[in-house]
Design a protein around this ligand. Structure first.
Ligand SMILES: [Zn+2]
Ligand SMILES: [Zn+2]
Length: 334
């Protein structure tokens, strides 16, 4: 088995786990077509593994995935399964899956780490400044230290809110005609709405005139939602325990139902209850991830068809050649 990605040449991470390949932390498999890929952690392209003993490898990956693996997200064709420290992507076989425990906890820890990267240096700088200012003013440190946490915290929240929302095409307000240059904090006034032609649709409020400015669907809608919800969920009122959000999703009956219900009510993101907001963010995130996987799979499958197809054609040719030789009286000699 190759040790580096055929597309970007980066070395694979992981040890292949149950596949026995010796490389790979994210593996994709298709039991029906007998395909096995190592997904590159750097460029996310799918590397088709060689044919020899592929079936046994697929079988042991499928066994691990089906046994104690958790399905974290799924489309009709693709399921993302976590097992120990591996990610398995099961493709091709439409199968009803139970969406098990969400990885909210994991996500929240990552966010907390990201926050500390800003908060810690900022606090150190603020303490230095505060001491200088207080000494200069002849005052004590008590009040300053008391406020430090909330000062630093609001700086962080504002920083996340100022992040630019980058879209392939900048929307123009249908009401006042201005180019809508959106920051994450502007998205809090957006609404998820039902749309007959798209799975997700969002109506953006114009930062200038504050009326409904533009409607986004598909990948654009997902991106805007993710940024807006991330901002709302780092604000103080938005920090909720993962368990509360998980309960919300369970009560509604799954991430898709949650999206549906939020769209039906057409309320702004800001007016959603905090645990619902967090649940919605997770639902949108996982959907985006698994949809991207489905896109990657379709691409990888095209390549696999060519690669494996060529091989079987060669085998057919060899077989045909043997038959012709036999007919002509050649003796096969190994
Ligand atoms: Zn790569
Ligand atoms: Zn406007």
């Amino acid at each position: 088995m190759f040790k580096t990605c055929a597309f970007c040449n980066a070395p694979f991470d992981g040890d292949g786990g149950p596949s026995g390949l010796g490389v790979g932390r994210r593996l994709a498999f298709d039991e029906w077509r007998g395909r096995l890929w190592v997904v590159c952690s750097k460029c996310s392209r799918w590397n088709l593994t060689p044919l020899d003993d592929r079936l046994e490898r697929i079988e042991s990956v499928a066994r691990a995935a089906g046994g104690t693996g958790r399905v974290v997200a799924a489309t009709e064709q693709v399921a993302l399964i976590r097992w120990q420290r591996y990610d398995f992507v099961r493709v091709g076989k439409p199968q009803r899956v139970e969406l098990a425990t969400w990885r909210y906890g994991e996500r929240l820890r990552t966010r907390q780490r990201e926050r500390m990267k800003v908060v810690v240096p900022l606090s150190i700088a603020a303490i230095g400044l505060g001491i200088a200012a207080n000494v200069a003013a002849g005052g004590g440190l008590g009040v300053f230290v008391w406020n430090l946490h909330s000062i630093v915290d609001s700086v962080y929240v504002r920083m996340v809110g100022r992040r630019r929302v980058v879209l392939p095409e900048v929307p123009i307000c249908a009401n006042c005609g201005t180019v809508m240059e959106l920051r994450a904090r502007h998205v809090q006034h957006a609404r998820v709405v039902p749309d007959a032609h798209a799975e997700i649709a969002v109506v953006l409020s114009c930062p200038r005139c504050r009326r409904d400015g533009a409607q986004l669907t598909g990948a654009d809608a997902v991106q805007v939602l993710r940024q807006g919800l991330t901002y709302l969920n780092v604000t103080r009122s938005g920090r909720r325990r993962a368990a509360d959000a998980a309960r919300v999703v369970d009560q509604v009956g799954g991430p898709d139902r949650l999206l549906h219900e939020v769209a039906r009510r057409e309320v702004t993101l800001k007016s959603l209850r905090p645990e619902r907001r967090l649940a919605l963010e997770m639902a949108v995130d996982e959907r985006a991830e698994v949809e991207e996987l489905e896109r990657q799979w379709r691409e990888a499958e095209e390549i696999a068809e060519i690669a494996d197809g060529t091989l079987s054609t060669t085998e057919q040719l060899e077989e045909e050649l043997r038959r012709i030789k036999n007919r002509l009286g050649y003796q096969p000699n190994g």
